[in-house]
Design a protein around this ligand. Sequence first.
Ligand SMILES: [Zn+2]
Length: 346
Amino acid sequence: MWQVIGQDRILSLLDYSLKTNTIAHAYLLVGPRHVGKGTLAFNLAQALNCDGPEVPCGQCRSCQRILESKHADVISISVDSRIESAVTSNSLEHKTEIGIKDMLELQRMANLPPYEGKCKVFIIDDAEYLSTEAANSLLKILEEPPQMVVWLLLAAEEEHLLPTIISRCQRLELKPVPSERVQEILISSYEVDANKAKLLTHLCHGRLGWALSALANDDILEQRSQRIVKLFSLLPAGLEQRFAYAQELASQLSQNRRAGAEIIEIWLDWWRDLMLIKGGCREAIINVDYDRTLEEQARGLSLSEIEGFLANLCLLQEEISKNVNPRLALEWLMLNLPGKELSIKS
Ligand SMILES: [Zn+2]
């Protein structure tokens, strides 16, 4: 049984391809982070190696081993991890890309026949982080795909992939799950109380995986609160403190674009909420647990101040997605941050 929720169109297509034996040699799974790309990739790897009557059964030895990441023929790599046999440098060092060494190792493995299953599956998470050299090497593999091998490329920022790689894959786009469905799943399948389910539903933007991670790990909501508090401490702060933060965030973005981008997303949600409150649409806000703080802050700001800052934030997000050094844009943002002394109420 498929574990992916809310992606019915994709699942019917894969079911059909599995039944008719027309599985592509490479798929590109695109969609926002935590929308379910990883779950779908491992589920598909199970379906391709399953020994049960209805694939993926989730029960057979093969499905179980894939679930436990123990199956020799299902190899997964991401920017935060490296394939075990390719460990060459200090594993504590944060990687900013998937390099050629990892890709050559995958290529070597792909040329060997399946060891314990029917089909080798290579899952490249964060495919947009492939170095140019690694991407070119992957392109060569996809041009002459080895037999009994399926490549699954996962990407949240498809625009960073080589168009030639995209054109060699069957593209599957995972859509955010509608809010009502997320809330219903949280309450009925995970027994989350109504208030928490409402908060997680608002914060996850249709990415059920994010809501489930936040449910399993309190640090995620705690970290969000810390980031909001930080945002607040900057409002009454002088330029020196604001620029120091711009520098801190810029260096974070250069080391770990994803974590930096998450902070910008929190800022965007916050300032969009302020605009919604200013426009009389309080019921549509994301940060429902900070509604009083938002209302008080919105009272102290004009609509043009909010719109102006939001426009700068969008510009910053665009620059980050283009991989431009964001320091100047961040300093510009800090210069234009409206400053009002406020307190947090939650
Ligand atoms: Zn199975």
